[in-house]
Ligand binder design. Sequence first.
Ligand code: TRP
Length: 327
Amino acid sequence: MKKKRVLSGIQPTGKLHLGNLLGALENWKKLQEQYECFFFIADYHALTSLYDNPKELNDIIKDVAIDLLSVGIDPNKSVLFKQSDVPEHAELHLLLSMITPLAWVQRVPSYKSKIKEMQGKDLGTYGFLGYPVLQAADILIYKADYVPVGEDQLPHIELTREIGRRFNSYYSNVFPEPKDLLTKMPNVPGLDGRKMSKSYNNTINLSDSSAELKKKVNMMITDPARITKKDKGHPDVCTIFAFHKMFNKDSLEVISKECKGAERGCVQCKKEILEHLEKYLAPIQKKREEILKHPKKIDDLLSQGAAKARKIAAATLAQAKQSMGLA
Ligand code: TRP
């Protein structure tokens, strides 16, 4: 039986962090064992908000490529590429824009929420409004069966299906309906206890040195009610405890009991979680060092990935153009 096809993208908006790893990449790694996977760096998408800083974007794209390879996205198993190396995405986006009602994109929840989140950034652009149409093109151009995403992306997948259906009914049946593969995202808090996110500047990056990691763990917020070790703790509100839940599952009961009974201090908790994080990140960092020994190979891998992706993208685009009277 032919393997089902999976497609997903990640925006290069900064170095990848633990939230990206636990939320998406660990899942991608599993999927590549089972499906025909296409994973890409969504640089066109990043430009919709980073358009005023192209110099930085170039460096970030490199960093993200290294991060993806170092966590184990394997170019021998998955097709790994950079979106703009497959310009067919942009052309299909243009075609789809012809049939996408304005109201459909205006009502996508991420449109208003991201504008709010990124205050100070002018997102009143044509390109930013079209963000989910571009995403629809990404997905439809590979006729993907499954799209692994977090909950926040579900409206984009729904819009993708709607645009695909509209295309099929106007012209001819080119696009099968993609299904979302909802990734159960563990709630990974950042250093300040809010969701770990680049925009909150509270991340632990996969590429952080051990000195940086230590500094960050020391900065992490614990139970505010614990001024000294003698105060009884509340693990449920403690960011460090949330990390123990993810990286030190075996000791949870003991830690919880000792914290509640004021028998252990936050310093000890931080020391222990630091050790677990170091252990967890060590193989990733080791791989990163190997990759960095041959930086040219990264570009080669990405162009090989793009060549494979392009074959499929070009075939779908040709069908779409023909259907629309452009052949
Ligand atoms: N919008 C996605 C995000 O921010 C990234 C993305 C772009 C994507 N194109 C995609 C995800 C296609 C899945 C499929 O996370």
